[in-house]
Design a protein around this ligand. Structure first.
Ligand code: 2HA
Ligand code: ZN
Length: 268
């Protein structure tokens, strides 16, 4: 009986499909964006080696994730290329027993390593798992209109949340907790990771000022859907700005929250 290849594991296939979709949405120019997904041990048990090919130092304490296995995109890799060469652009890593290392079990075949945003991803995974043990996905991208929104709105997450909620009827139902916002910071390190993880405790979407968005979810559909929804609302904002005659009122938002029984952030 021939063994399934690692690229055919369901989670790996989903990451490949997701990266291609994100590229086609225009959210991930050049090497922009990154994805990490926790894989269920049942899925990979018979396919991954026990001994790692290489080991990366994390530079922070990821003890709550010891033994967890992730599919993750590579640093400097283009989402555009993930489907043609997944074994080069993706890796499967396990967090080592010391909690400070990531062990490469598959992928990054050209000598690559996990995304520069891996500290932020892992810190967000830790923060989300603490509030939702089913959270498996962290994704980052440069969704065009959402990024643009951070240039024009006040640097205030409640203002950003209210603007998004008003831009489309679905919004308060899809993200009743609102969105988090971090002012511009240098990306790719522990400092922005720690700041994002503080937000990830309360929010599944965090905007990075003048950079992009992070989204977290139980699966790739949830995280991708969150990005799609905030991106669409941001686009509506730019399409309607200076043309608006009516807007979704606070009363209408409250009626929506009551109708869909969502526990929204009480900023209205
Ligand atoms: O991976 O998007 O924030 C490239 C980036 C860094
Ligand atoms: Zn980025």
């Amino acid at each position: 009986m021939s063994k399934m290849k690692i690229v055919d594991l369901p989670t790996v296939r989903e990451v490949i499909r997701c990266a291609s979709n994100m590229y086609r949405m225009g959210w991930d120019e050049r090497n922009g964006g990154n994805i990490s997904v926790i894989i269920d041990p049942e899925e990979y048990r018979d396919y991954l080696p026990e001994e790692p090919h290489r080991v990366f130092q994390l530079g922070f304490d990821a003890t709550p994730l010891i033994g967890r296995v992730f599919v993750v995109t590579g640093t400097g890799k283009y989402f555009k290329n993930v489907d043609v060469a997944p074994e080069v652009n993706l890796g499967i890593v396990r967090i080592g027993k010391d909690g400070h290392s990531a062990e490469l079990l598959w992928g990054f075949e050209d000598g690559g390593r996990p995304t520069s945003e891996f500290p932020t991803h892992l810190m967000n995974h830790i923060a989300r798992l603490a509030v939702n043990p089913k959270n498996h996905v962290v994704m980052h991208c440069h969704a065009t209109h959402a990024l643009a929104l951070t240039y024009v709105l006040p640097e205030d997450e409640d203002e950003i949340t209210k603007t998004l909620w008003r831009m489309s009827t679905e919004c308060i139902v899809v993200f009743p907790e609102g969105v988090g916002y971090l002012p511009w910071m240098v990306c790719g390190g522990n400092e922005i990771g720690e700041a994002t993880a503080l937000k990830a405790h309360d929010y599944r979407v965090v905007f990075w000022g003048m950079h992009g968005v992070f989204a977290m979810g139980d699966d790739l559909d949830e995280a991708f859907g969150l990005v799609e929804t905030v991106e669409k609302a941001s686009q509506i904002y730019f399409l309607t700005q200076d043309h608006v005659r009516q807007s979704i009122t606070d009363e209408q938002l409250k009626k929506l929250a009551a109708a869909f029984k969502v526990d929204y952030k009480k900023i209205i």
